[in-house]
Design a protein around this ligand. Structure first.
Ligand SMILES: Cc1cc2nc3c(=O)[nH]c(=O)nc-3n(C[C@H](O)[C@H](O)[C@H](O)COP(=O)(O)O)c2cc1C
Length: 328
């Protein structure tokens, strides 16, 4: 059982749809590796539809991304059962159900954060996922990732989830309405730990919201007692966010450009014509950064239309910036 074997606190890279696919997870594994990865969220209805071939791309992974949890969402116990049954044997370390996504389309379909106000459906979906895992003949753990409410904090939601016999619960300390626009309510995450302790259940609590890096995560662990910490957007500011060493790595601009080149090549190799080149542009801010003319170079990078074009610019950029240290 993966959750019990992790260090305390364990550090997780957040599921990031459109960002943390197999390629980016391999990149993060090569800079400073978290203890656990999660796939992008995947619709159980979509997986059980004729569109499975495309949806399935979310479940592509390589061994360096292990341990890796597959995240799914959906309100239909039938498709959740089928999806869990089908993917449980693919080599994932566990399955996670998304009950926190604030996206309108997801919530209109009764998934993501909409579950917070339909607890009877949430319980059925959890049951269905467990049954699916059992039916697959495997014994991987089941976890849930959620928020603290939809419009306001919902006091009964976390205790309700903790009654469902799940192995881990990630609490993103904001309501759905708050999106990521206000500071995460870490006191509410701390409350979830207290509730778990009072209920004497073995569910691991993972705290999530605004954590910058491993040092910050250790502080959250000390202050709020969470078993693990999940970092999302922090990885955009620092690719070495999971470096636990006393003097965490600070990458020089050239080093970031080298990682960028690897990322572009790996993307082309992995997705060839399956994914659009434009997806890569989301990452250029991470890499083309920390030197005086970075903004102008980024503008040029954003105007490219193919891996070949961006690799040519990278070549030029590498020659132009020499070995400048990072501007802090
Ligand atoms: C681009 C992006 C994509 C996301 N995709 C997912 C997802 O697929 N599943 C999920 O549970 N949360 C998703 N989230 C939410 C994050 O996992 C995380 O809960 C949120 O960003 C808060 O953590 P942070 O403050 O460390 O970024 C996404 C967030 C972002 C910014």
């Amino acid at each position: 059982m993966i959750w019990q074997s992790l260090p305390r606190p364990f550090l997780m890279l957040a599921p990031l749809e459109g960002v943390a696919d197999t390629v980016f997870r391999q990149i993060v594994a090569s800079t400073a590796k978290p203890d656990l990865f999660v796939t992008e969220f995947t619709s159980a209805d979509g997986y059980c539809s004729p569109g499975r071939k495309i949806v399935e791309e979310n479940f592509v992974f390589t061994p360096v991304e292990q341990p890796l949890i597959a995240q799914i969402w959906g309100k239909n116990p039938g498709t959740v059962f089928e999806t869990a049954k089908a993917i449980a044997g693919m080599g994932f370390a566990g399955i996670d159900i998304n009950m926190g996504c604030p996206d309108k389309t997801v919530m209109t379909h009764g998934g993501g954060a909409a579950m917070i106000e339909t607890p009877e459906i949430a319980a059925q979906v959890i049951r269905a996922a467990k049954d699916g895992i059992n039916a697959s003949g495997t014994d991987i753990p089941l976890s849930v990732k959620t928020r603290i409410g939809i419009k306001r904090i919902n006091e009964s939601w976390i205790p309700f989830l903790l009654e469902q016999g799940i192995d881990a619960l990630t609490v993103h300390g904001r309501t759905a309405a708050e999106l990521s626009k206000v500071p995460a309510h870490w006191d509410e995450i701390g409350k979830a730990v207290e509730i778990r302790n009072r209920m004497k259940v073995s569910t691991m609590i993972v705290g999530n919201g605004d954590v910058k890096d491993a040092k910050d995560a250790m502080e959250k662990h000390r202050q709020y007692g969470v078993d693990g910490v999940m970092i999302g957007r922090g990885i955009f500011a620092n690719l070495w966010a999971f470096d636990r060493s006393p003097t965490p790595h600070v990458a020089a601009p050239k080093e970031l450009l080298a990682v960028m080149e690897r990322h572009i090549r790996l993307f082309s190799q992995t997705w060839a014509h399956k994914k659009n080149y434009a997806i890569l542009k989301k990452f250029y801010k991470i890499y083309v950064n920390g030197f005086h003319s970075a903004t102008e170079w980024r503008v040029r990078c954003m105007a490219t239309n193919s891996p070949e074009e961006i690799l040519a610019i990278l070549d030029e950029l590498n020659r132009a910036i020499g070995t400048e240290p990072m501007i802090q």
